[in-house]
Design a binder for this molecule. Structure first.
Ligand SMILES: Nc1ncnc2c1ncn2[C@@H]1O[C@H](COP(=O)(O)OP(=O)(O)OP(=O)(O)O)[C@@H](O)[C@H]1O
Ligand SMILES: [Mg+2]
Length: 461
């Protein structure tokens, strides 16, 4: 029986292929699509109609090789408009290769929710795949800690999707100096993290203080840090400023900046969050950290991630060349950043800009996936937008934002993106999905979360 099914699927593929190539380019996806392949019934998400699913972000070679293995069940395809709109086939997202995914949409349209759905799906992958991946969520609003709690309140909606409420094994980290505040607010966390002042480069300090390296304060800072030898603490930096010859006008201001850094609550011994662990979901809660310092934390965490993956990739490639299979693999991280325009803005530089841009440009080789959520695509760095291979846009209304989406996804210029967005049923979680790989655009509904969502707006009654 198994044989026949595989054979039939292959047959369908042959029949479908020419049609796909003709219809595919720059058109809306046909209702039942795309690449037919054998599909194990048990793996089928949401247990709905046994049509071939839509697979986003996977090229034809991988489709042939892996079918739907290693995909995240993101939601379902919406077919039709207005009252005729209905949900059809599952929409699956490739998790085997690195991607740059941009999630956008106006306030309350479902960006953080979708981010969490992706994180849930990563941990639901079969063990042999999940162990090669891990996720890191940068939580700017303190809303992801509830991922541990099942979404019992949504059991009816979940039931429509043949899903159940589940709590996930998320590991929540808070800055060491703020642990007491979190505890007092009854926010559950698992561990705290801190960085040592000597782990910051002179340019990290320049960016976090908002200085200019060509102006006297910035120049003094560069000079002081350059002459210090690790390990050193904040007091050592202040002493070094005091004992610098000259610069009398600038010294008090710079001393004060470093003294105030003590209050950020992020400095201590070097204890970075341990995120590169097979299958682990880490949540870095930066909600109580000042804006500029958040970017510094993102810089430090993502830089470490990038460095470790670059080293690991070299070892893995060497092992592949020498046909050694026993090498311990460092998982491929999915770095998910909510409110990403604050870290990688289009019009200014933050402490995180350089590292994030590096991941955008070079992250494919070390295998880092970046998921950036933002209310305003127009305010996100153009490099991130133009390198995105998957773009999920919930409802947006600002003309400038629609233009920003259009201008980056050049291949979609023939689509009237605004029309697609306007056609979306007025339901939470609906979005258009642009897949650069197949050059297609889909209307989808993101599946409901199985864990508790803490980002809803409060009601006054
Ligand atoms: N796929 C979905 N299915 C069902 N409900 C959803 C879905 N996506 C979002 N929602 C609902 O919409 C609300 C707002 O979603 P979310 O908090 O993700 O908005 P947001 O776009 O991140 O907003 P903000 O820009 O203010 O952070 C959620 O509380 C949830 O109730
Ligand atoms: Mg949000």
């Amino acid at each position: 029986m198994q044989f026949i099914v595989i054979f039939m699927s292959f047959d369908i593929f042959i029949l479908y292929k020419p049609i796909i190539t003709m219809q595919n380019k720059r058109t809306e996806a046909p209702a039942a699509l795309s690449y037919a392949h054998s599909y194990d019934e048990e793996e089928y998400p949401f247990e709905i109609a046994k049509q071939p699913p839509i697979i986003i972000g996977r090229d034809e070679e991988d489709l042939q090789k892996y079918g739907a293995k290693g995909t995240l069940a993101l939601g379902k395809h919406i077919v039709g408009t207005g009252e005729d709109a209905h949900l059809t086939t599952p929409v699956l997202l490739d998790a085997l290769r690195p991607h740059i995914i941009v999630i956008t949409g106006k306030r309350g349209s479902g960006k953080s929710y979708t981010l969490a759905t992706i994180a849930e799906e990563l941990t639901k992958l079969p063990d042999n795949i999940a162990k090669n991946l891990c996720s890191v969520i940068i939580d700017t609003q303190g809303i992801f800690w509830t991922m541990k709690t099942p979404a019992e309140k949504d059991y009816m909606l979940l039931d429509e999707w043949k899903l159940k409420p589940i709590g996930f094994n998320a590991h929540v980290y808070v800055p060491q100096g703020q642990a007491a505040v979190f505890s007092k607010a009854n926010v559950e966390f698992d561990d705290s993290f801190s960085f040592a002042p000597y782990e910051l480069t002179a340019y990290d300090w320049i960016n976090v203080f908002g200085l200019d390296s060509n102006k006297p304060l910035g120049m003094l800072l560069l000079k002081v840090i350059k002459n210090l030898r690790p390990p050193y603490i904040l007091e050592d930096i202040v002493s070094a400023i005091k004992s610098t010859h000259g610069w009398e006008e600038q010294k008090p201001a710079l001393e004060n900046m470093f003294l105030s850094a003590e209050e950020w609550g992020i400095f201590g011994e070097s204890k970075a969050p341990d995120v590169l662990v097979p299958g682990k979901m880490s949540i870095i809660d930066v909600s109580l950290t000042p804006e500029s310092v958040r970017a510094l934390l993102v810089a430090l965490i993502s830089r470490k991630l990038l460095q470790e993956r670059i080293i690991a990739r070299r070892k893995e490639e060497l092992a592949d060349v020498q046909l050694i299979s026993s090498v311990r693999r460092t998982p491929l991280p999915w770095l998910m950043i909510d409110e990403a325009h604050n870290f990688l803005p289009s019009d200014s530089t933050t402490a995180a800009t350089e590292t994030l841009n590096k991941i955008v440009k070079e992250g494919r080789q070390p295998g880092i996936t970046l998921v950036l959520a933002t209310q305003r695509p127009e305010r996100l760095h153009p490099e991130a937008l133009s390198q995105a291979d998957i773009l999920l846009s919930h409802r947006i209304t600002a003309k400038s934002d629609i233009e920003a989406l259009k201008s980056v996804m050049q291949t979609y210029l023939l689509f009237d993106i605004a029309k697609y967005i306007n056609e979306l049923p007025k339901l939470k979680g609906t979005a258009i999905l642009l897949d650069d790989n197949s050059e297609r655009i889909y209307k989808i509904r993101v599946r409901p979360r199985q864990s508790w969502h803490a980002g809803s707006s409060p009601v006054a009654i």
